[in-house]
Design a protein around this ligand. Sequence first.
Ligand SMILES: C[S@@+](CC[C@H](N)C(=O)[O-])C[C@H]1O[C@@H](n2cnc3c(N)ncnc32)[C@H](O)[C@@H]1O
Length: 303
Amino acid sequence: MTEHENHQHGGAPGHAQGHGGGHASHSGHSAGGHAHTTDAELADTLELDALILGSYLEEASAWAAELMPEAPATIIDVGAGSGAGTLALARRFPEAQLTALDKSADMLERTLAAATEGGFGARTAGLQADLDGGWPASAAADLLWASSSLHELADPERTMAEMFAALNRGGVLLVVEMDALPSFLPDILAEDSAIEPGLEGRLHAVLAARGWNHHPDWTAGLEGAGFAVERRHFPSEGSTTPELAARYGRAFLGRMASALEGSASPADLASLALLLGDGPESLERRGGLVVRGHRTGWAARKL
Ligand SMILES: C[S@@+](CC[C@H](N)C(=O)[O-])C[C@H]1O[C@@H](n2cnc3c(N)ncnc32)[C@H](O)[C@@H]1O
């Protein structure tokens, strides 16, 4: 396990990301092994996701606050990525000391730069650790936040037990996962559209069969680790500008396209190419994009 305190700020992330265990990220590390995602690409997608579909950040952090007897003094964002959760938690809990934990130094740099820009730099630290090698001994907290990260771990049950041990009594572990990949196309396409209806559903099914975003209902695992668990659903339809919707669509569908090569049908790959091209069907020119996401949250309390 590599573990060190990382207080760097700024800098441009960019090294190629390796593949995790048998679990796959919603946004690109495929168990099938064909999507070579860089941290920079993943971070861009995560930032657009937080900007457009980030209502769950407010809702889930408010839920954590409701469940805690007093405001948390220490918080760890587990698998912080580019820092969407870290920033939301810094806003929600203005007195808390925050630690962004991630195996990627580039992600931590992004998070720390964003925290500094947001005015939270003095109370935010980075901790580089690969949880597949074990929970870092020094990491204890009142609130643990694990958004779209638990399913990426090689042995989530073991890490849940380690998080139970690392949490102070009365504390909360808030786990969030995407129920489905984000979608961009309206339900009804124009009659003269060359895009086959149902395209995104079929592409998501191919990716799901390859392990993308695969996660179980974590309730049993969390209870097995000792937590008292509640679950909530967070649907969100992004209200955003057509330009931002197209940027997110291009980032996300572009990453999907490289993973789908050779596994989706030729007709669906051709439709995807039209969306990602620069013709009238392109994401930027077709208009009418509707960004939708669905997440589930598990609030796990250590009583
Ligand atoms: C899909 S991203 C989610 C980021 C962020 N929590 C969010 O919701 O926007 C998953 C993050 O978990 C990190 N991660 C994956 N496996 C990890 C491991 N074994 N140890 C520590 N971090 C890990 C990745 O580097 C990545 O930044």
